[in-house]
Design a protein around this ligand. Structure first.
Ligand code: 0O2
Ligand code: 0O2
Length: 221
């Protein structure tokens, strides 16, 4: 019998919508407390049916085992400014009662051969449906802005070359991955200073900023 994909994907759509709101909520709370915000932005998507079918074929996953064996039908992505933020976000997620982390893949300490870096969590997440609770799998990818830049570009080139990069392109991507890594390293080294500046200019810290300018205005002579 033909699968009703709308029906199958409905809980995943709901999970992605809910998780986007919840994860963006974390960002908002940190911002309101005028603390360093470990989340820059959050995106989410439900895997298109075409991609589900292609991955199932590639990984030999029977279509009646998708719920158990394909963990990224619901996918969330959290972008951070600094590598240190990634570890903070992982801790925040592990402490939540509505999320159960069942798998961790650290492609930051161990980057993939392609040069890909990111921290992946596979979680169990309960969605409330009319017929009762359903626990689904979802994947959360956590990465810095630099890692995201590289992965986004490489992903679109992958579509073009179907994973078979010409040698020169492969080498350039490797070098770009190295450059992204170095960028993260450099940013981490000046993180404290950046965060201090961000605090000064964040919402609601006007008087602190004014004091800073008053204090420093004498240095200009
Ligand atoms: P903001 O902060 O006002 O921009 P939805 O889930 O419906 O809210 P949609 O259309 O599904 O949003 O978009 P998606 O793909 O889930 O997430 C897009 C969000 O990520 C948007 O934020 C974008 O502004 C943000 N975004 C995408 N790329 C970048 C980027 O390179 N830098 C930054 N800082 N943000 C990015 P919102 O929700 O519109 O809110
Ligand atoms: P999409 O939606 O096109 O991004 P699994 O089958 O899940 O058990 P897998 O697929 O090796 O094992 O899981 P992994 O590697 O933890 O996560 C796969 C996802 O990570 C990919 O999703 C990508 O989003 C991302 N990813 C992994 N390696 C690379 C890479 O070399 N380059 C880029 N750009 N992204 C990568 P999909 O399946 O491609 O789906």
């Amino acid at each position: 019998m033909e699968r009703d994909w709308n029906l199958f994907l409905a809980p995943y759509e709901q999970a992605v919508s809910e998780l986007k709101i919840k994860l963006r909520g974390i960002r908002k709370q940190y911002r309101e407390q005028s603390e360093h915000v470990p989340i820059e932005f959050v995106t989410g998507r439900v895997k298109p049916v075409e991609s589900i079918l292609a991955k199932a074929q590639l990984r030999h996953i029977p279509l009646d085992r998708l719920e158990e064996e394909m963990s990224d039908i619901a996918g969330l992505r959290i972008m951070c400014q600094f590598v240190e933020d990634i570890h903070q976000v992982v801790q925040i997620l592990k402490n939540r009662r509505d999320i159960k982390v069942i798998q961790e893949r650290d492609y930051i300490s161990n980057n993939k051969a392609s040069g890909y870096r990111s921290y992946h969590l596979v979680i169990e997440y309960p969605v409330e449906l009319v017929g009762g609770e359903k626990i689904i799998l979802a994947e959360i990818q956590i990465r810095t802005l630099a890692m995201n830049f590289w992965a986004t570009i490489e992903h679109s080139l992958n579509y073009k070359y179907k994973g078979e990069f010409p040698q020169e392109m492969g080498e350039r991507l490797q070098r770009a991955a190295e450059a992204a890594y170095l960028l993260d390293e450099e940013m981490s080294k000046i993180r404290e200073e950046i965060q201090e500046a961000q605090k000064l200019f964040s919402h609601g810290r006007g008087s602190e900023r004014d004091n800073y300018f008053q204090k420093n205005s004498g240095d200009q002579s």
